[in-house]
Design a protein around this ligand. Sequence first.
Ligand SMILES: Nc1ncnc2c1ncn2[C@@H]1O[C@H](COP(=O)(O)OP(=O)(O)OP(=O)(O)O)[C@@H](O)[C@H]1O
Ligand SMILES: O=c1[nH]c(=O)c2[nH+]cn([C@@H]3O[C@H](COP(=O)(O)O)[C@@H](O)[C@H]3O)c2[nH]1
Ligand SMILES: NC(=O)CC[C@H](N)C(=O)O
Ligand SMILES: [Mg+2]
Length: 556
Amino acid sequence: MGEVSPDVNGNSFSSSGLSPSPAEVEVARPCVLVLDFGSQYTQLIARRIREMGVYSLSLPGDASRDRIQGSNPAVIILSGGPESVETPGSPSLFDGFFDYTRANGVTVLGICYGMQLIVKLLGGSVKRATEQEYGRTEMAPCASSVLYGDCENVAKPQVVWMSHGDECVRLPDGFSVVARSEQGTIVAIENADARIYGLQYHPEVTHSERGMETFRRFILEIAGAKADWNMEDVMEEQIREVRRVVGTEQHAICALSGGVDSAVAATLIHKALGDRLHCVFVDNGLLRYQERERVMATFERDMHLPVTCIDASEQFLSKLKGVTDPEKKRKIIGGEFIAVFETFALTMEKTLGKRPRFLVQGTLYPDVIESCPPPGSGKKHSHTIKSHHNVGGLPKDMKFKLIEPLKWLFKDEVRALGALLQVPRSFLKRHPFPGPGLAVRVLGDVTAGDALQILREVDEIFINCIKEAGLYDEIWQAFAVFLPIKSVGVQGDQRTHSHVVALRAITSHDGMTADWYQFTPQFLASVSAKVCNGVRGVNRVVYDITSKPPATVEWE
Ligand SMILES: Nc1ncnc2c1ncn2[C@@H]1O[C@H](COP(=O)(O)OP(=O)(O)OP(=O)(O)O)[C@@H](O)[C@H]1O
Ligand SMILES: O=c1[nH]c(=O)c2[nH+]cn([C@@H]3O[C@H](COP(=O)(O)O)[C@@H](O)[C@H]3O)c2[nH]1
Ligand SMILES: NC(=O)CC[C@H](N)C(=O)O
Ligand SMILES: [Mg+2]
């Protein structure tokens, strides 16, 4: 474990040992192997397995027989993916895959695309569905299966999370249907003799209410995997790894944002490097109401980390002037962040006598997944959903080597690691705030009119109302969005033609799937009144009632 491998930008980083690079896969220890067909959830599957204390790796879906065999899988999970199995050239398994699994007693589970692939390859049929299913769907087991605890849950409905447009319409010989959705779609299949199972929905996402129960039964009972892997080793492993990569002389800069991830990353790296770590917080002009003052005060008071604050707001905003394309905005912001860090490194060189060569970022796995396929994750079939500023938004020629100790972790794992590292609770409880900040919440040109100012005021009112109602901790993330449209209103008997703002609040565990938060109508009414009364230029407030999928959390 712990090879230095090139990251998405061609720089070096220390891989965490949680999701090894291909070079690290030559391990004889039996594992649960996730074969990746480009799902947004591949690492989530691997992570769910880690939560069960079971060792897990991932490889590309079309990996060769030798590569798969070399990783010694006791169980193979075929992930979902954006392609259709009916499209010529769509990713598939090596020839003779099922002969191999049968001969070696490997248990197989296909999820979504993975299930469709099983059905197609073994002689059943998959078609474009008349009704696509995205997000919340109700289904019920229709036959006794260990997946659902034998007879116990037959005919009992459960809410599951779907994301598919194709469906299995005829099963291969030896397979039976064990669950259907409320509209009759086949959502679970099995061939217990051949040890092959399939789920059309995503048991790995927390919004599938009993998904983990089913997933657990599959891994532990049906496949009989061993639970002998310990997540607490991660911290020690990372500290050792960072020391190895940075050595005893070099210095590192840590980009601190006031958010959970960078606070945890900084604490971890501080343990490894001590005062060779130099933290920097950037005011990019896209921060929330009084964010800079609040964050700097918290760093000093609670974290006792020396942090330099750099005001680069004019630099960011001038580059963003007139830019409306969301991906362009993200790339500009990623580039400007690095430009600021490089200038800071030069300043540090004057006092230290050497330039810090490493940049620590609190990048998480969801940032990476949605930005681009990371090497070593086995992902090469995924679509880019958005380029997170700290991953897909970075310039190719940057001079730092990246250290991203949380790169294979999800938010809730980071919070758990933070608690282990005694990061103050005030940090761990904060809602996530994206690096590109309000730029992805002002749709269109960020610098147009007083959009940023209006958004800051609306956001502050909304968050304060949530805090006053005691709801902050049960909501995963809440914010306002500035829409580049105006609507007609009547205020004080006068006709107004003013801005519309949207409010969004979600529940989630890891940012990968989310549901909208169900406020009471009274709460929404009071926020709406406060916003229209208190913020000049706004005469209409709407509430976003879309889950992820089909929407993402941020609007851009
Ligand atoms: N204003 C900023 N100044 C310096 N670094 C930043 C800033 N905003 C973001 N970053 C860097 O980008 C990384 C990714 O941002 P992201 O918002 O995902 O994480 P976070 O801010 O640490 O945590 P959270 O997701 O809880 O807000 C951060 O961990 C940090 O390293
Ligand atoms: O560091 C970040 N850099 C980014 O560029 C970025 N874009 C989105 N987010 C946050 O990630 C989570 C998932 O958001 P999306 O569903 O909008 O992709 C949510 O918590 C988002 O706020 C970002 N974080
Ligand atoms: N999430 C998935 O795996 C989707 C599989 C396939 N692309 C479909 O739409 O049915
Ligand atoms: Mg943040």
